[in-house]
Design a protein around this ligand. Structure first.
Ligand SMILES: Nc1nc2c(c(=O)[nH]1)N[C@H]1C(S)=C(S)[C@@H](COP(=O)(O)O)O[C@H]1N2
Ligand SMILES: [Mo]
Length: 406
C-alpha cells in the first residue's frame, strides 16, 4: 500500500493532542479512520465549554449556561450558550470566504473577500448582549415545543468587526430598501443542500445602527467555530436569531425578509395578549424586535448558605434590548417590598449592565432573593411569568435565588 493511504503525521499529532496520549500504532491507521475515543463526541471539549454547561440537544447542538456561570462582566467562550438550528459548517476555507451583498434593493450586487472587508472598512469593538428569543421557555404552561431554555441563553461578549452600514453603503442601497436578510453556510438537518436552517434579518433602521456589526473577532480572538467563524452578523438587543453566524450573503430586501424562520410563528408573538393555550392565527403574530427588560443574579449561586448576622453581597447583570436599565431593585419577601440597589451604566449601547447589593436578613431561615430591572421607558420585569405565547418567547420574569441563613 502506498504511504498516502495512511493517516498523515500532522493529523496524528492533532489527534494525540485531543486524546491526550500518543497513538502508538498510529502509522498503521488508514486515512479517514476515526479512533473510537474521538467518535463519541464530547461537546465540552469540542466547543471548549465549561462542564457546568447544560446540553439541551445534540442534533443540532444547543447548550446553555447557568446563572452563576454568567458572572463575568464580559462572557468568555466557555460560558457562552450555543444555539444552532442546523449543522455547523465543516471545512471552512477562510482564504476563499466571501460575503455577497445582493437583493432587490441593492444598487449593484457586490462580493467581498474577508481581506477586502478587513482592509476597506474601519473596525469597531462593542460589548453586545445576545439573548435567544426562547430564553426562559421552560417555564411556560402549557409548555411550548423547542429547546427548554431556563435562564442561560444569554451572553454579552466583546465583538470586533466592521459596520454593516459601511458595507451596505459601499454597495449602494436603493430608497425602497425595507429589510436585510442573512444567508449562511450552515446546513439543514435533513442534509438537503437547498434548504436553509435559518435565514433571518432586521429592518433597515436596525441594520444601519452603529453597533450592528459584521464581526470577525469575539473577545479579541477569532470567533469560535460554533459562534460563527469566520464572519458573523451581530445585532445586540434583538433576539439573537437576528445575529446570523457563518454569514456569506446579505440580501437588501424591498419587503420584510421572508427567509426560513422569518414567517409563520417563528420568532413571533401574538400582536395582542392571548390566554394561555389559545390558538393564534399566523396573521395575528408579530415579529419580535427589541428584547424586553431582564436581569440575572450571577452571584451567589442559588442555594447559598450564610451565617446569621452576616450580610450577603449579590451581583448580576441587567439589560433591556434597545433601551437602558435605569433602576435595579431586589426583594427578600417574595416581591411584597423592594429595595433599590446600584446599577452601572453600560460599557456602550446594547451592552448589559452590572448591579450589586448588600443584603441584611432579619433572622434565621429560608429566603429567596428576587431581582427586578426597570428600563428607561419605566417598564419593569414581571415578578412571575409574562404573557403566554404559543412558541414560548420573551420570558423576562424576575430571576430568583434561594438563600438559607443559619
Ligand atoms: N447561521 C446561523 N445563524 C444563527 C443561528 C443558526 O442556527 N444558524 N442561530 C441563531 C439563534 S436562534 C441564536 S439564539 C443565536 C445564538 O448564537 P450563539 O450560538 O453564538 O450563542 O445565533 C443565531 N444565528
Ligand atoms: Mo435563538
Amino acid at each position: 500500500m502506498k504511504r498516502r493511504n495512511f493517516v498523515k503525521k500532522t493529523v496524528l499529532a492533532s489527534m494525540a493532542t485531543i486524546i491526550g496520549a500518543d497513538i502508538v500504532f498510529g502509522s498503521k491507521m488508514l486515512k479517514g479512520y476515526q479512533p473510537i475515543v474521538l467518535q463519541d463526541q464530547d461537546p465540552f471539549k469540542m466547543f471548549n465549554k465549561d462542564r457546568g454547561m447544560e446540553v439541551l440537544n445534540d442534533k443540532p447542538w444547543n447548550i446553555e449556561a447557568k446563572a452563576h456561570l454568567l458572572d463575568d462582566k464580559i462572557t468568555p467562550n466557555k460560558y457562552m450558550f450555543i444555539r444552532n438550528n442546523g449543522l455547523i459548517p465543516k471545512d471552512i476555507d477562510v482564504k476563499n470566504w466571501t460575503l455577497t451583498i445582493d437583493g432587490e434593493s441593492v444598487k449593484q450586487k457586490k462580493t467581498y473577500s474577508l481581506a477586502d472587508l478587513k482592509s476597506k472598512f474601519s473596525e469597531y469593538t462593542y460589548q453586545l448582549t445576545l439573548e435567544c428569543g426562547g430564553n426562559g421557555r421552560s417555564e411556560f404552561d402549557p409548555p411550548a415545543k423547542g429547546n427548554q431554555w431556563t435562564v442561560g441563553a444569554v451572553s454579552c461578549a466583546e465583538w470586533t468587526g466592521i459596520r454593516l452600514r459601511d458595507v451596505l453603503e459601499d454597495a449602494g442601497i436603493k430608497n425602497n430598501a425595507v429589510y436585510i436578510g442573512y444567508h449562511a453556510a450552515d446546513t439543514h438537518l435533513s442534509g438537503d443542500q437547498k434548504k436553509e436552517p435559518i435565514s433571518r434579518g432586521a429592518p433597515m433602521v436596525k441594520a444601519l445602527q452603529d453597533e450592528t456589526l459584521l464581526a470577525f473577532k469575539m473577545n479579541g480572538e477569532d470567533i469560535p467555530l460554533a459562534h460563527g467563524y469566520p464572519l458573523r452578523l451581530v445585532a445586540g438587543g434583538w433576539p439573537a436569531s437576528v445575529s446570523g453566524k457563518w454569514v456569506n450573503r446579505i440580501s437588501v430586501r424591498n419587503k420584510v425578509h421572508d427567509g426560513t424562520k422569518m414567517t409563520g410563528t417563528a420568532y413571533r408573538v401574538p400582536c395582542e395578549p392571548v390566554a394561555p393555550g389559545e390558538k393564534v392565527k399566523d396573521e395575528d403574530m408579530c415579529i419580535i424586535e427589541s428584547m424586553p427588560v431582564k436581569s440575572l443574579i450571577t452571584y451567589p449561586k442559588s442555594g447559598a448558605m450564610i451565617n446569621q448576622g452576616k450580610q450577603l453581597k449579590i451581583r448580576g447583570h441587567a439589560w433591556a434590548g434597545e433601551l437602558e436599565v435605569t433602576k435595579m431593585e431586589y426583594s427578600i419577601d417574595f416581591g411584597a417590598t423592594w429595595k433599590e440597589c446600584p446599577v452601572e451604566k453600560p460599557a456602550n449601547r446594547l451592552a448589559w449592565q452590572h448591579f450589586s447589593a448588600t443584603i441584611d436578613f432579619p433572622e434565621k431561615g429560608y429566603y429567596e432573593v428576587w431581582a427586578r430591572a426597570t428600563d428607561s421607558n419605566g417598564t419593569s420585569q414581571p415578578m412571575l411569568l409574562p404573557g403566554w405565547n404559543p412558541k414560548g418567547y420573551l420570558n423576562n420574569a424576575c430571576h430568583r435565588i434561594a438563600v438559607k441563613v443559619k
